[in-house]
Write a protein that binds this ligand. Structure first.
Ligand code: ZN
Ligand code: ZN
Length: 341
């Protein structure tokens, strides 16, 4: 990846800007970043691992960061590789190269702070907790769930797509108020400084996320019941993958979800691939007509959509937009599903 960026910078397809970030083909601003897995000791003395998003202003910063991290990671060129240090140590290295650290998908089981390391981020980061401007919610959580934890009241929530393939980019995204396009401005928005801010979070209904409810690894099914579900209702086993919804119910310290004043609205969006009856060909047809998925999901009228794909699919799309669908919750690594009414 760094090699690609290096080539783009050399051949003029991309250039760096003073306030950080790389403009590619005059179309997009790339914010340089890396996802690092850290090694943690959990509250009951076990080992845990968590993912951390690390963002940097300049190409030279992330190159220096990579050089230093290669002493802590075996395969430095692969994504989300495990480092032999804790996040408490990692944040110093990130900041040394002018970067910022943000806990990634911070409630998911297996690879996140709240999911498998701690009940409080402050216990991990201690006096450095104030240096975290934000957390990433992850696909199985939303603002209302996260705002049941009081230590998060001062943090910005990010709804990033966590896309490991191109079509999944923007399945979640943040709408930001900035004065210009650069790393510096994006960071100000995340820090809620000088009028810059996140105006709106767009994300999945968390029921659609892969880890929303608790899943029994023996019975291979989601375990029904009121949260928190901590064992299987059928085989009584504790060999479960804890759902984000259930985990938050265990660790929350507020009676009700209450958002701080600055918290922007969270708008649910159901990507086209989740909508019943929409295959690749139909999606291409819709994209030809409306240019972007956002136009189809949020803007096009029923009549416009109907003229391209017919009545049934048009009502499926509009019902999903208006929340008039039944969602079968996700769990254990399997996305939730929606059924048309
Ligand atoms: Zn991750
Ligand atoms: Zn079971």
């Amino acid at each position: 990846m760094q090699e690609d960026i290096n080539n783009f910078l050399k051949n003029g397809e991309a250039y760096e800007i003073k306030d950080g970030g790389i403009i590619y083909k005059d179309k997009v601003c790339i914010i340089l970043g890396s996802e690092i897995e850290t090694a943690e000791i959990t509250e009951d003395g076990h080992t845990g691992s968590a993912h951390n998003l690390c963002y940097f202003p300049k190409f030279s910063d992330i190159k220096e960061f990579t050089k230093e991290m290669s002493h802590h990671i075996k395969n430095i060129t692969l994504s989300s590789q495990r480092a032999d240090i804790s996040a408490y140590e990692l944040i110093d290295i990130v900041e040394k190269y002018n970067g910022v650290l943000i806990p990634a998908h911070c409630f998911t089981p297996h690879k996140s702070f709240y999911g498998n390391c701690t009940q409080r981020l402050e216990r991990i980061f201690k006096e450095k907790y104030v240096n975290l401007p934000a957390i990433e919610l992850g696909l199985s959580a939303d603002t209302y769930l996260a705002d049941q934890i009081s230590e998060l009241e001062e943090k910005t929530f990010l709804t990033n797509s966590d896309a490991h393939s191109l079509p999944r980019i923007a399945r979640e995204y943040n709408k930001m108020q900035v004065e210009d396009i650069s790393f510096k401005e994006v960071l100000k928005a995340i820090k809620n400084e000088g009028g810059r801010k996140i105006i709106c979070n767009y994300g999945l209904d968390p029921k659609l996320g892969k880890y929303h409810r608790t899943y029994c690894e023996n019975c291979k099914k989601n375990v029904p019941g009121e949260a928190p579900v901590t064992k299987c209702d059928t085989c009584d086993s504790k060999n479960i993958t804890m759902g984000v919804y259930d985990r938050i119910e265990v660790i929350k310290d507020k009676k009700e979800s209450e958002s701080p004043k600055f918290r922007p609205p969270y708008i649910y969006q159901i990507p086209l691939t989740f909508i019943p009856g929409l295959g690749g060909k139909t999606i291409d047809k819709l994209l030809d007509a409306f240019k972007t998925e956002m136009n189809i999901l949020h803007k096009a009228t029923y009549d416009d959509i109907e003229s391209v794909v017919g009545e049934k699919l048009a009502s499926n799309i509009v019902n999903a937009r208006e929340g008039k669908v039944t969602i079968q919750e996700g769990g254990g690594g399997v996305y939730g599903r929606i059924s048309a009414k």
